[in-house]
Design a protein around this ligand. Structure first.
Ligand code: HEM
Length: 522
């Protein structure tokens, strides 16, 4: 071989070798040069840099537990392409992480997803990114103002009470009209919950001129988008690769734009009147202020609907539990003197029906696997009792692995993987003894803890109780319905979904055929 040719050959192969060596052992190398205070890196030996990404897609919600099976670290790092994901398994460490909202930003992590989810344009993103976490040292900016307003409106108080009352009335109206007399309805149970909740929530939150009331076909379209939103967000020619959800989002967004432009929001709840006003004040166009409502619709419906579905199946698939819940909640029911009207006190459900409340919380424990995400915007040290100080470097992404925490025997005991309806009975904190509060993660935690949790609890307890007293819900073939299997293969974007949505038969309970049932907040 000619000298220059030989040199070239050796050089090329050396580069390929170095590259291969780095790729094959690259994660080991990164591990070796880590600061010992950083969460330990768990290298992927088979497919460095890519393996953990593939694993997350392949195994969905269960991947964080699988990768940590051998090591059992309370906090660890995964190298994903050129980014670092820090996975938090210990609730003791989750607590200070969710408190440090200035350096560990929720919004920093979800903004790109939000942009793709609702189709925001770049000028809107610029407005939204301004002083996102108060980094400019003052509290001006769209996100800070909107966050504070939503938290104030949805905290216990007169506005929340008004919204909850409207919602409960609407549920009563819809359920009294459903399966009346001795008629049985055969229906997909998830669709039943979707229909009822979408109609009732849209009316309660967005008012009588809400887009779903004006264009009823949008109820199905909203859920078509929800089912296929990952394909739309991937944004690879979505009008071809994810046609149905893409067209569905277009229709919902157009109606939300119309809702803002025709000023229908002026007849909506204070939550929406204030929200649209803030968005417009900070410079969003009417079109983009419409799109902004799509994200709130996901907040309102995306978790509450599948949670209610699981609550119903967890109770109706267990005849003993159903009987206990009927017996317990009957205390909250008052009957008119002629026996034609029965009213459920939702306040009494919360205070006098511990099994009902506990079953709701246990349902959430078993299905709320959505990780709490944060972006490290400033290198940050965290300390927690029983753990050495831990260094979180700027640019890392954090995932507090709710699914792993919710099923850990070290936290919940030997029956952690079983459904135990009365697990949350007894203590004032509504947590079993010795379980730290950051271990119950259904509503996230810290400054972005779900502001809708009080509203959600009233509506879901009320809906469940009405169903328990008004209906028998059986399998379509007759008899006790089967418990659906949880779809662990999907990456959760909300609470978990079932592998298959059951078809059920819903019929009025004997003796209740002609009774009008109502829900009262007090
Ligand atoms: C069972 C039902 C629900 C569940 C399980 C749930 C769960 C969650 C979770 C996990 C978060 C993220 C918090 C974090 O990462 O720390 C969140 C945020 C949020 N949720 Fe809920 N949610 C539910 C119902 C609702 C309802 C009914 C509403 C509105 C009425 C709502 C409005 C919101 C909003 C606005 C945020 C964003 C908070 C912020 O930006 O500070 N949620 N929710």
């Amino acid at each position: 071989m000619h000298y220059h040719g030989l040199r070239r050959f050796l050089l090329d192969n050396a580069i390929i070798y170095a590259l291969l060596a780095f790729l094959l052992d690259g994660e080991e190398f990164l591990k070796a040069i880590q600061d010992p205070k950083e969460p330990p890196l768990i290298p992927h030996h088979g497919l460095p840099f890519l393996g953990h990404v593939v694993g997350m897609f392949w195994y969905g919600a269960s991947y964080f537990a699988r990768v940590n099976e051998r090591t059992q670290y309370p906090i660890y790092t995964l190298q994903t392409l050129n980014a670092r994901t820090i996975v938090v398994i210990s609730p003791q460490l989750a607590a200070p992480i969710q408190r440090a909202s200035k350096s560990l930003s929720f919004y920093g992590m979800i903004l790109e997803v939000t942009k793709r989810l609702v189709d925001f344009d770049e000028p809107s993103m610029k407005i939204i990114r301004y002083n996102l976490d108060g980094e400019l040292g003052h509290s001006e900016g769209l996100m800070i103002e909107a966050h504070d307003m939503v938290n104030a409106v949805l905290s216990p108080g007169p506005i929340l009470n008004q919204m909850s009352s409207t919602q409960l009335d609407k549920f009563s109206e819809v359920l009294n009209a459903f399966a009346s007399g001795s008629n049985a309805s055969e229906i997909n149970l998830m669709d039943f919950v979707k229909q009822t909740f979408t109609i009732a929530n849209a009316f309660t939150v967005y008012g009588p001129q809400n887009p779903f009331a004006i264009h009823p076909s949008l109820v199905q379209k909203f859920w078509d988008y929800e089912a296929g939103m990952i394909g739309v967000m991937a944004n690879i020619l979505p009008w071809i690769t994810a046609r149905k959800p893409w067209a569905a989002r277009k229709a919902v967004n157009a109606a939300l734009q119309e809702f803002v432009e025709k000023e229908h929001y002026k007849t909506a709840s204070p939550l929406i009147q204030k929200r649209v006003a803030i968005n417009l004040k900070h410079g969003l166009t009417t079109k983009m202020a419409g799109h902004a409502e799509l994200i709130l619709l996901f907040g309102i419906l995306g978790n509450a609907v599948p949670t209610t579905f699981w609550f119903l199946v967890n109770v109706f698939a267990r005849p003993d539990l159903l009987a206990q819940i009927r017996a317990e909640t009957i205390q909250a029911v008052s009957t008119s003197s002629d026996g034609n009207e029965k009213v459920v006190s939702v306040a009494m459900l919360k205070t006098k029906c511990p099994l009902l409340v506990s079953t709701y919380r246990e349902t959430l424990r078993t299905i709320a696997n959505l990780s709490s995400v944060r972006l490290v915007t400033n290198t940050h040290n965290i300390t927690a009792p029983g753990h050495p100080p831990c260094l979180l470097k700027k640019g890392s992404m954090i995932q507090i692995a709710s699914g792993v925490i919710h099923s850990a025997e070290s936290i919940w005991g030997a029956n952690a993987k079983s459904f135990v309806p009365n697990r949350f009975i007894s203590t004032a904190s509504q947590l079993p003894k010795n379980v730290p509060s950051a271990a119950y993660r259904a509503f996230g935690g810290g400054s972005v803890i779900c502001p809708g949790r009080h509203f959600a609890q009233s509506e879901i307890l009320g809906f469940m109780t009405l169903c328990a007293h008004m209906f028998e819900i059986e399998s379509a073939k007759g008899g006790v319905m089967e418990l659906p299997t949880r779809d662990d293969g999907r990456i959760p974007l909300s609470v978990m979904k079932p592998v298959k949505e059951p078809i059920v038969k819903i019929v009025r309970r004997k003796g209740e055929e002609d009774v009008v049932w109502r829900l009262d907040l007090n």
